[in-house]
Design a protein around this ligand. Structure first.
Ligand code: EAX
Length: 321
């Protein structure tokens, strides 16, 4: 008995020493600057991963990697290990994800976070592996608001005739078409220049993105439309994932949850302080938006979403308390 114990201890020791000496650097990308919500979330993910694995895993973070579609493709290929991305282009890879991109689906942050962290959100994460992507956790971009360089937008009619950039997202494109806007889908990487050069008049993004991407330099009006919640995800490459043992897979998932918590906190902080900051930067903030009119204008397209994603599935999300 004694001999067996000794042997086990020796083996455990050898394992620990062997593991501690091997260090893996993983490459993590996110679309906005290091100080933004994506930066804060990615850094928290990495710090937690390093802590949980006693530095066996380290991160090299690339901030401002702003072509999200390219990031997702790189993760799929295994040339990038992890990306923190909005769901913008994700439904081009995993169509079922489009359900959480439906405008006016979520009432508020508590509703969205509750759904995504609960069984509905976790079921969606389970759809990724068959498409060659591992979804570690839902992070967050925030509720999206409309900005433009031309006029104060209060109601849907005010948007007509404006050239508005949307994400390369089928659900968003359809929703904007339904209010009479011909959207211009383009990658986030092209957006600032497109606004600057007047290729498009406006765009829509959450306060943390509007702040960190300095859209106040190229947009005059911000309408607090909050027309859609913009979820985000920490996605990992199967190449990395398949090289991990079960304990490290759990470490990655826990670290991703810590990253999500930090990212959401930063979204809260930006929401609280951002409007005042944008006003100070010269943006005209329209607070009396006719939310009901926007919602009603987009109602007809809901029938199509019901066909695509299932009326019962949509209702399950709406009914979540
Ligand atoms: O994820 O493309 C977008 O407008 C996104 O919100 C942005 O890349 C941040």
């Amino acid at each position: 008995m004694k001999i067996l114990q000794l042997t086990l201890t020796g083996a455990a020791l050898a394992l620990t020493v062997g593991a501690a000496s091997a260090q893996t650097t993983i490459r993590v990308s996110h679309p906005t600057p290091a100080t933004s919500h994506y930066g804060v979330g990615s850094q928290a993910f990495c710090a937690e991963l390093e802590k949980r694995t006693s530095n066996r895993f380290k991160c090299q973070i690339q901030a401002g990697a702003n072509d999200e579609r390219a990031n997702i493709e790189a993760v799929q290929l295994g040339t990038l290990d992890v990306t923190n991305t909005s769901t913008g282009p994700v439904s081009n890879f995993v169509p079922e994800v489009g359900i959480v991109d439906i405008p006016f689906l979520f009432r508020d942050y508590a509703h969205a976070r509750g759904v995504l962290d609960g069984p509905i959100g976790q079921d969606i994460l389970a759809k990724f592996p068959s498409k060659g992507i591992i979804a570690l956790a839902w992070t967050e971009n925030g509720f999206r608001h409309l900005t433009n360089s031309r006029r104060a937008v209060v109601k849907p009619d005010d948007v007509k005739g404006l050239k508005v950039r949307t994400m390369q997202n089928p659900v968003h494109i359809q929703a904007f078409q339904s209010i009479g806007v011909q959207p211009t889908p383009m990658a986030f990487s092209e957006l600032f220049t497109a606004l600057q050069q007047g290729v498009v008049d406006g765009q829509e993004n959450p306060i943390p993105v509007i702040l960190s991407s300095k859209f106040s330099q190229v947009q005059k009006h911000l309408s607090l439309t909050g027309h859609v919640y913009s979820p985000a995800l920490l996605l990992a490459s199967p190449k990395l994932w398949n090289s991990l043992n079960d304990a490290d897979k759990a470490n990655f998932r826990e670290a991703a949850r810590a990253g999500a918590a930090a990212q959401r906190k930063k979204v809260n902080d930006d929401e609280a302080a951002g409007i005042a900051q944008l006003r100070a930067e010269g943006v005209d903030v329209v607070t009396n938006v006719d939310g009901a009119a926007f919602r009603n204008a987009m109602t007809p397209v809901w029938a199509e979403f019901a066909k695509k994603f299932g009326a019962a599935e949509i209702k399950r999300i709406q009914d979540f308390k």
